[in-house]
Design a protein around this ligand. Structure first.
Ligand code: GTP
Ligand code: MG
Length: 200
């Protein structure tokens, strides 16, 4: 898919105030600092569309981007950021879960996992919650440029094996790097396919 236009629309703390749900929408979620905003920028090939940071906790709202005037990309705050208070964290979690469960035009979400790390409880638990709520998702293993291809393959395989312990069918996954564009075309091709099936 060719991206001819990518523009920021608005930031919200409530799903009900998001843009009119009349176009297919895809949200990026995962731990703080996993590379959500960077992946969005890499998909649309714009450096600073979504704000990125070396410091975790950069994205704090539900951010809508309009792509080709045909679909929405959504950048969400990360979960599991230790440096916020419990009250604050619970507020973020509610905002994210309300959005994911109630947004009617959300086709699916992409759960990002840093390919360098062993399976973390927080991610596995998050994906289980999505499963329980019937929210469809893909997995994206990020930062593949930081490991050798062999190490990437080994880690992905280990992760999938871990998921097979609890999932009958492990969701489809992608391997990505926002530095060298790995995974970009595959993710966009999947979105294009899903866009064609979208009905309001
Ligand atoms: P929050 O908004 O804080 O939840 O973080 P985020 O998940 O949006 O992460 P962000 O895209 O801001 O990236 C965090 C850091 O990781 C930045 O320093 C990025 O440059 C770096 N980063 C993101 N993706 C990649 C990647 O594919 N490869 C490498 N090498 N670094 C990456
Ligand atoms: Mg971010």
């Amino acid at each position: 898919m060719k991206i001819v236009e990518a523009k920021f629309l608005m930031s919200n703390s409530e799903y009900s105030k998001c843009p009119k749900p009349d176009k297919p929408e895809y949200a990026f979620i995962g731990r703080s600092n996993v590379g959500k905003s960077s992946l969005i920028n890499s998909l649309v090939q714009k450096k600073d569309l979504a704000k990125t940071s070396q410091v975790p906790g950069k994205t704090q709202l539900i951010n809508h981007f309009s792509i080709n005037q045909q679909w929405y990309l959504v950048d969400l705050p990360g979960y599991g950021y230790a440096k916020v208070s419990k009250t604050e964290r619970e507020k973020f979690e509610k905002m994210i879960m309300d959005y994911l469960s109630l947004r009617s035009n959300l086709v699916c979400t992409f759960v990002l996992i840093d390919v360098r790390h062993e399976p973390q409880k927080i991610d596995l638990a998050f994906m289980e919650t999505l499963g329980e709520k019937g929210i469809p998702f893909y997995i994206v293993f990020t930062k593949a440029d930081k490991l050798s291809p062999t190490a990437v393959g080994k880690n992905v395989e280990a992760y999938i094996e871990k998921m097979q312990e609890t999932w009958d069918e492990v969701p489809q996954y992608f391997v990505s790097s926002s530095v060298n564009g790995t995974g970009r075309n595959d993710i966009l091709a999947e979105i294009q396919k899903l866009n064609q099936d979208f009905q309001v």
